[in-house]
Design a protein around this ligand. Structure first.
Ligand SMILES: [Ca+2]
Ligand SMILES: [Ca+2]
Length: 240
């Protein structure tokens, strides 16, 4: 069952994840002087409505293999597959970073495929993931403005809605929306996560004059440096 306790723990884990990503987006100089206070201000500055994916424009759901646009991206074959889904508008601006990321994953024994997507609903995106999962996907990375799922944890409270990516991790559980207000309100069946999921969502962030693709490219540069031993994580953590 989707109890308040386990849901809250998942939400907290997800927000820690988001906060960690927010710190990795920054330049090295910014990370060196980053303090918990700065991370907190990132969270406080968010208008909860902006989590509706501000650049997201609902419309016809499109998802296609990226190699139809970018010819040096590799397609997954077999093995531990990772699926990377990129907002269509960002694809061409970050393709070299994606190519490096694929090479890094390959060096670690993973296969990966990149898709670009626009429009559609959370249900369509989750159905797509179910298809990938049935063909060996172990995890997925969302980049850019893709549909966000909301869960109405406390229906009687005005701010009872929270975004949750667990919707995209639990692919065989049953998610309900009894009052059809587009906010989930029940979660039953096999509620454990079936894949891992990461989301890089730079559109709510402001950092100097950096564009969304600047922030993503900087993130992947640091990701590559970390995977090749050029960059290490400090022995610090944010707990609350
Ligand atoms: Ca499950
Ligand atoms: Ca609902």
């Amino acid at each position: 069952m989707f109890t308040r306790g386990n849901f809250l723990s998942k939400i907290i884990i997800q927000f820690i994840f988001i906060l960690l990503f927010s710190s990795v987006f920054a330049d090295k100089s910014e990370v060196q002087r980053a303090q918990p206070v700065e991370m907190q201000s990132f969270n406080d500055n968010q208008n909860i409505e902006t989590w509706e994916a501000p650049g997201f424009k609902p419309g016809t759901f499109v998802i296609e293999p990226a190699d139809s646009k970018v010819n040096n991206l590799k397609a997954a074959t077999t093995g531990s597959q990772i699926i990377i889904i990129v907002e269509s508008n960002l694809l061409m601006s970050i393709w070299s970073s994606l190519s490096q990321y694929q090479a890094d994953l390959s060096n670690e024994g993973y296969t990966s495929s990149i898709y670009f997507s626009s429009g559609g609903t959370k249900e369509q995106l989750r159905d797509t993931l179910i298809g990938f999962w049935n063909n060996g996907m172990i995890g997925a990375l969302f980049i850019g403005d893709l549909p966000i799922a909301w869960y109405n944890l406390f229906p009687s409270e005005p701010d009872g809605r929270l975004p949750t990516d667990h919707y995209y991790r639990d692919l065989d559980g049953i998610w309900g929306d009894a009052d059809a207000d587009d906010s989930l309100d029940s979660h039953t069946g096999n509620t454990e996560g079936d894949i891992w999921l990461g989301r890089l969502l730079p559109s709510p962030l402001t950092y100097g004059n950096k564009s969304e693709h600047d922030l993503i490219n900087n993130y992947f540069r640091k990701n590559h440096d970390y995977r090749t031993g050029e960059l290490s994580q400090p022995n610090k953590a944010l707990l609350y």
